[in-house]
Write a protein that binds this ligand. Structure first.
Ligand code: FES
Ligand SMILES: [Fe+2]
Length: 371
């Protein structure tokens, strides 16, 4: 695929990518013995935690007559539907009891499954693997294991702090993601006296390279016009600070900043909830400033400001998008967004034809823009 896509194919298509891990809910929201509804890629889920603390995720619709299982009861390792009392194993979704059956009715209940999803807990979030949906008429069967483990934030020391932030965005996952990787909105959306002003806009040059299912902004010294990085340089007493930013399908931006023995690392995801709604979750781990009282709170405060500015911007943008305007992606500032659409269509093409994944980048690229 060439790097010049016609404009049409660059416009968000709201398609959601199946066959990946997605963040479902913050761990702390899911208490032992409770059932919580959640939605991922327009699929209703019920999330819970067994008495041993292990999280699980089932489709939130009883295979009998569709009652949300989240309305039922959860005891031991069994979920009981509130309509006719069918019971299901919380992890496998296998049916274990149908109370209406009499002794000589030989229905093979162990062949009945409420759909269940691979579920793992990582860095304060419950992740759910969402496979390709089967044909609408087919019922559920035994769940297949996920092909890879859920993503995890890289950590570089034994002791660290961890914090997360989450915000609902009233737009499709595509707008959420290209908003996240867009370098040109910074001076206009993220102004603050302690961060940067609009007047600090200057020309930048960044190197990018292809990585499997994504691209990397190669290790570089961060923007000189931001105060926190200047501070970091002072405290870390390091000659150089490097940051690496990766984007990988379906929705994941990870950033690692290292300065001597100090590090800061984060994974931000934009998760499709429905075609027109998504959610941004930022989880960060760091060993910087561990000695500062209020360290995590301060960092969370700073991040919350940024995320709120982005959320507000996308809320305003969604008003304009309602009218289906023609959209443009320009070089070089919107090139990462073009790569995103290129990666996404390459993935869908691979799924459709079974052919090899055709990466939209043929090699390293240097991009230049002012921000
Ligand atoms: S709908 Fe769930 S048991 Fe009947
Ligand atoms: Fe932003």
């Amino acid at each position: 695929m060439s790097e010049d896509f016609p404009l049409q194919s660059q416009t968000p298509d709201s398609l959601m990518l199946f066959g990946f891990w997605y963040r479902a809910l913050p761990s702390e929201k899911v208490k032992c013995g409770e059932l919580l509804p959640a939605m991922l890629l327009e699929q209703p889920l019920v999330i819970g935690r067994d008495p041993q603390g292990r999280a699980f995720a089932l489709r939130d619709a009883c295979p009998h007559r569709g009652m949300p299982l989240s309305c039922g009861r959860f005891e031991g390792n069994q979920i009981e539907c509130c309509y006719h009392g069918w019971q299901f194993d919380a992890h496998s979704g296998q049916c274990t009891l149908i109370p209406s059956l009499v002794a000589d009715q030989k229905l093979k209940i162990d062949r009945i499954y409420a759909g269940s999803y691979p579920c793992e807990e990582r860095d304060e979030f419950i992740w759910v693997f969402v496979p390709e949906p089967g044909p609408a008429s087919a019922g559920f069967s035994k769940p297949a294991p996920a092909p890879v483990p859920a993503p995890e934030i890289p950590k570089f020391s034994e002791h660290y702090k961890l914090a997360y932030l989450t915000a609902d965005l009233p737009c499709s996952v595509d707008h959420g993601i290209i908003g996240l990787m867009d370098p040109a909105h910074g001076p206009f959306v993220h102004q603050a006296w302690w961060w940067r002003t609009r007047h600090s806009i200057h020309e930048k040059q960044k190197n990018f390279e292809p990585i499997p299912y994504g691209f990397r902004m190669s290790a570089h010294t961060p923007s000189s016009n931001s105060a926190p990085y200047k501070l970091l340089r002072l405290y870390a007493d390091a000659d150089s600070i490097t940051t690496t930013i990766d984007f990988v399908l379906p929705n994941l931006r990870s950033e690692v900043i290292r300065a001597g023995k100090y590090w800061f690392s984060s994974i931000t995801t934009v998760t499709p909830v429905t075609r027109s709604q998504c959610r941004i979750d930022v989880v960060a781990a760091w060993n910087l400033f561990r000695w500062i009282p209020f360290g995590p709170e301060l960092l969370k405060f700073v991040f919350a400001k940024f995320v709120e500015q982005d959320r507000r911007t996308m809320e305003l943008q969604s008003e304009g998008l309602k009218h289906n305007p023609h959209l443009m992606l320009i070089d070089d500032a919107d090139r990462p967004a073009k790569w995103y659409f290129g990666l996404k269509s390459a993935y869908l093409e691979m799924k459709k034809t079974g052919a090899e994944f055709r990466h939209p980048m043929s090699g390293p690229v240097t991009l230049r823009w002012r921000s």
